[in-house]
Ligand binder design. Structure first.
Ligand code: NAD
Ligand code: IPM
Ligand code: MN
Length: 323
């Protein structure tokens, strides 16, 4: 008998506190056998206690079989370190998978998640500020190997997104990606990230797996969400060799927080990705089917032109699960 799965739940800040309870309720309905435990990290915690995330919180996250994560607010203050970046590094969640599925296309953005411009190697004086864009061989090889494996599974094209016309670090990234793709025998192409961003919107069917560096992947995933109705719909998985964390692509959305209007679909789909990861593809499919049933009935949150609230949407999804 396998031991009981333990899922850490991080609601975080803003709409994280609204969409995660919806997703947790669905997981709990499908898996009464799972144990869920809360971990309180983020800006709200910092305001209350002066500490956004302690070492023991990282240990708690590491102790889980998987983490379901909402979003946390990162105020653009000089000395505030992003908790999300700390967690991704501490758990070595190097592959950020961001699927964007629409009518006739299925794009998977594979974003390097631990280095690049978000390496945290920064300096600021009165006169200048620098951020080092670190791209390592090890970091690049492991992300492109993950992307190649995913391209193989889908029998799809691997597109390498970079800015090698300007950045030496991206000549390095592109060359390693091409060498790995050739030795693996997968079909690939490469594009400059600016041109790629537009082409992806114009010709989404030409894409399958897109591998890119940290910040380009961050931006490209928000851009790509336009294809499917916006940020309320797109989930993500942060995967490492030891740990896994699932979260919507969107952030804490302070502009709509506390109003019961956030779309919980991205959080629900993140929960579905969590189930896939834990070996329950049927459960994952049940979540997606329930979402489709509810959408087809014209039940929509405000971002999609409807007026159903976050909680109410969650309740209809729970009902649809049992159909
Ligand atoms: P955001 O993704 O929070 O919001 C961007 C826009 O999309 C807003 O207008 C928002 O209302 C809308 N939106 C986002 N999610 C939605 C949903 N589920 N339903 C309906 N509308 C939705 O990005 P932002 O405003 O640039 O950032 C806000 C805060 O979130 C910042 O502090 C940022 O650092 C943080 N953030 C955190 C994460 C994370 O924890 N992983 C990710 C992105 C941003
Ligand atoms: C995301 C967010 C985060 C990122 C921030 C909040 C650190 O934008 O998950 O897309 O840049 O990865
Ligand atoms: Mn982002």
């Amino acid at each position: 008998m396998t031991s009981r799965r333990r899922i850490a739940i991080v609601e975080g800040d803003g709409i994280g506190r609204e969409v995660i309870p919806v997703a947790e309720a669905v997981l709990a309905r499908l898996h009464p056998d799972y144990e869920f435990f809360p971990v309180d990290v983020g800006y709200g915690r910092w305001e209350r206690t002066g500490c956004p995330c302690a070492d023991r919180d990282i240990a708690l996250l590491k102790s889980a079989d998987a983490v379901l994560f909402g979003a946390i607010t990162t105020p653009p203050m000089k000395d505030y370190q992003s908790v999300m970046l700390r967690i991704r590094k501490a758990l070595d969640l190097y592959a950020n998978l961001r699927p964007v599925r629409g009518d006739g296309f299925e794009i998977l953005i594979v974003r390097e998640n631990t280095e690049g411009l978000y390496s945290g190697i920064e300096e600021r004086t009165d006169d200048r500020a620098t951020t080092l864009r670190l791209v390592t061989r090890t970091g690049t090889e492991r992300i492109v190997k993950a992307a190649i494996a995913l391209a193989r599974q889908r029998n799809g094209l691997l597109t390498i997104g970079h800015k090698a016309n300007v950045l030496k670090s991206d000549v390095f990234f592109r060359d390693i990606c091409i060498a790995e793709a050739e030795s693996a025998g997968v079909s690939y192409n490469d594009k400059f990230i600016d041109a790629l961003s537009l082409d992806l919107l114009q010709h989404p069917k030409n894409y399958s797996v897109v591998v890119t560096t940290n910040m380009f992947g961050d931006i490209l995933s928000d851009v790509a969400s336009y294809l499917v109705g916006g940020l309320g719909l797109v989930p993500s998985a942060n995967i490492g060799d030891e740990h896994a964390l699932f979260e919507p692509v969107h952030g804490s959305a302070p502009d709509i927080a506390g109003k019961n209007v956030a779309n919980p679909i991205a959080a629900l789909r993140s929960a579905a990705m969590l189930l896939d990861h834990l070996g329950d593809p049927e459960g994952s499919l049940r979540i997606e089917n329930a979402i489709q049933t509810v959408l087809s009935a014209g039940i929509l949150t405000r971002d999609l032109g409807g007026s159903t609230g976050t909680r109410e949407f969650g309740e209809v999804v729970l009902t649809a699960l049992c159909l």
